[in-house]
Design a protein around this ligand. Structure first.
Ligand SMILES: NC(=O)c1ccc[n+]([C@@H]2O[C@H](COP(=O)([O-])OP(=O)(O)OC[C@H]3O[C@@H](n4cnc5c(N)ncnc54)[C@H](O)[C@@H]3O)[C@@H](O)[C@H]2O)c1
Length: 386
């Protein structure tokens, strides 16, 4: 088991355990006298490893609550429901709230724990690839307001994040590749050889999956995740190390941490329009709203195009960097094409959390592994991407 530390100055503020067997979770929570568990209801039904977690919690008489995790329920209403449940169950300032689920569950539980009784401790068992490499690491919590993504929230570190790669074996293909987008984003920011390695592993995994009949696809995918478990664990640990390093250097996003938002100004606008217009995205024969990671993939391609146009004045369509990023994402099973015109995204981008005084902090790619912060107005971006 790998232990990756997040520090604030000399002090360790959060621990990330990678490649952790689920049985050892019990000894991890031993240090906390009063534990409360909040689990994604869908995960409780469909993920055998989460069922093991539930058994551990039952054995220890840990009170448990199920929540519905979707972008529609990622709101203050659910946060208040969690707080009310904590209050009804007598949770005091010494409570530890354990979130078991994907990024939506960890964002909501982290936020509820941060405001309940002015803040109690919390920890995560992330069950999606996206949460393991990104959402459950670094301390950003939050919920949506009026269809604006993650507009309410705080930065507060979990006591620990417990990453058990085996939990991914029940994760549907579509949710898995959505997480792969955040992992590839991390390696575009800091490469150390992992970007190409991740593309190679994910494309190999996808090759076997593509074209399988529906009835055997899920089983193949689960076996595939198990077969590639060592490669995936190495990639997850590498991505967590990159994020933990950035967060240690800039916990409150005053500088370097902004780089982790690569592609996200576009992604949040894409998600918002998709929700407003009830746009249906079709992947693996599944019709659903665009998932966060899927929007990030599209955002990465737009960021690549913008980068080429800013740095090289390259006005061809597609540009060189865009062509590479787009082909790599596509090889991994992600859809790189944004279905909405940039003009339609303009109003939402101007309300982005990263907007200040009419300018938005965009993250541009010089090359894989080298990104820079670059302020542009939304009008400039629309003109450059036209
Ligand atoms: N806090 C941060 O720093 C941060 C970073 C990136 C993304 N996010 C947020 O994370 C959210 C997306 O997270 P996500 O992709 O994990 O979504 P999610 O939590 O909705 O999980 C995706 C789907 O997979 C299901 N699922 C989860 N684990 C499973 C498992 N092991 N087996 C079977 N099914 C499983 C869930 O029930 C859900 O249907 C977005 O709201 C985004 O804003 C936060």
């Amino acid at each position: 088991m790998d232990e990756i530390l997040i520090r604030s100055g000399e002090k360790v503020v959060s621990r990330v355990f990678v490649d952790a067997g689920i049985e050892a979770l019990e000894s991890c929570i031993d240090a906390f006298p009063h534990v409360y568990a909040v689990m994604d209801a869908n995960v409780a039904m469909n993920c055998p490893v989460a069922m093991q977690v539930a058994q551990i919690m039952n054995r220890r008489n840990v009170p448990g609550k199920l929540v519905e995790a979707s972008e529609q329920t990622k709101t203050m209403d659910t946060v208040m429901e969690i707080c009310t449940w904590l209050l009804d169950n007598g949770a005091d300032r010494d409570a530890l709230v354990l979130a078991i689920g994907g990024g939506i569950t960890s964002d909501m539980v982290g936020f509820a724990s941060s405001i309940y009784k002015r803040g109690v401790r919390f920890a995560y068992v992330p069950t999606t690839l996206l949460a393991q490499v990104d959402a459950a690491v670094g301390g950003k919590t939050g919920v949506n307001l009026d269809k604006y993504k993650n507009i309410l929230g705080v930065i507060r570190q979990p006591e620990f994040t417990y990453i058990c790669p085996q939990v991914l074996e029940s994760l549907p293909h579509r949710d898995f590749i959505s997480g792969a987008a955040e992992m590839l984003k991390t390696f575009i920011i800091r490469d150390q050889g992992y970007y190409q390695r991740a593309v190679a592993v994910l494309s190999e995994m996808k090759k076997g999956y593509a074209g399988l009949p529906e009835e055997s696809a899920d089983e193949y995918w689960s076996d595939c995740i198990a077969a590639y478990s060592q490669e995936l664990t190495d990639l997850i640990a590498a991505a967590v190390r990159v994020k933990a390093g950035v967060v240690t250097r800039d916990q409150h996003e005053r500088g370097e941490r902004r780089k982790l938002n690569l592609g996200h100004t576009f992604a949040h606008a894409i998600e918002t329009i998709a929700q407003r217009s009830d746009y249906v995205h079709s992947v693996d024969g599944v019709q659903a709203c665009i998932a966060h990671g899927e929007a990030v993939a599209m955002g990465l391609v737009l960021a690549a195009r913008l980068s080429d146009r800013v740095f090289h004045g390259d006005m061809d369509t597609p540009t060189a960097l865009e062509a590479k990023v787009s082909a790599d994402l596509s090889d991994c099973g992600l859809c790189p094409d944004c279905p909405f015109p940039v003009d339609e995204m303009a109003e939402i981008m101007s309300k982005d959390k990263k907007a200040e005084g009419g300018r938005v902090h965009f993250v541009l790619i010089r090359e894989i592994g080298d990104v820079v912060l670059y302020d542009l107005t939304v009008e400039e971006v629309c003109r450059l991407l036209a």
